[in-house]
Design a protein around this ligand. Sequence first.
Ligand code: KDG
Length: 319
Amino acid sequence: QWDVVSFGETMIRLAVPLGERLETATRLEVGIGGAEANVLVALARLGRRTAWASVLPRNPLGERIVRELAWHGVDTSWVQWVERGRVGVYYLDTGVPPRPTAVLYDRAGSAVAQVDPAAFPIDFVAGGRWLHLTGITPALSVGCRAVAERLMERARAAGVPVSFDVNYRSRLWGPDEAARVLEPFCAGATVLFCGEGDARTLWGLEGTALEVAERLAGRFGAGVTVLTLGEGGAVAVTREGERVTAEAPRATVIDRVGAGDAFAAGFLHGYLDGRDLERGLRTGVALAALKLTVRGDLALISAAELEAMLSETRRTIVR
Ligand code: KDG
């Protein structure tokens, strides 16, 4: 029924107008964002059928998240509504070089963090062709961790492949705990996405990018291990020993938040049908580059824009 399904937290994003500071800004731009939903929106905009599950309080902020996701084409019928509770919020002060981007979370105790795993329905996973999870969800609470584990088990039992994006968030937990908790998720993934910095920080992996990717692949044994290198592109290693590198196309950077999610969405979009690793990587780096030009968490990129970019970047692949 769905190409890709996911579970996670979507927050209200309050962004400081470009060039202002959070301390003194008098207006904030309201949007929504969350790693998993960002992936699903990007895919939905490219014509994929996606479904997002979570827990939201029945209030105007919860309604806003669902309306916005639904408007972009994401199926939200698996959202569990609760009468009490809160929506997580994050403040974003978009960096202007040389000043880096700063994020401030106000999300502790959100409705989804308080999920009751025993009462959360997970069977929707069996209706998906693919499950995507990230390492943010297990960091939110014991309940979220349990739901993510159950989803992964259910997916594996139903023969649904799983992608897992490590997405280490140092504002949520420390590297030792994150490494320990995320290991079983990495080990259970069909496709493992990991930022180069995260692989070095969490597991102390050393060497060139290709060596780090190989060590990550050796450690967790995912069918495909994709190491993302930011402006350096991405490198993928398969269990069969195939190695593919994709350079990142150049882009004017308006907003970096969500670029990693756009990469994951692009990869899945390119990979899903024919399991073509090269096409997955090329589509990933192209969609991430296009996302950088768009303000907001969401990669609002059309299939036509993506195709145009792909035909311009035929030579991004190096074997
Ligand atoms: O990948 C983008 C996310 O970092 C952003 O949407 C906020 O989900 C978020 C998080 O938990 O950091």
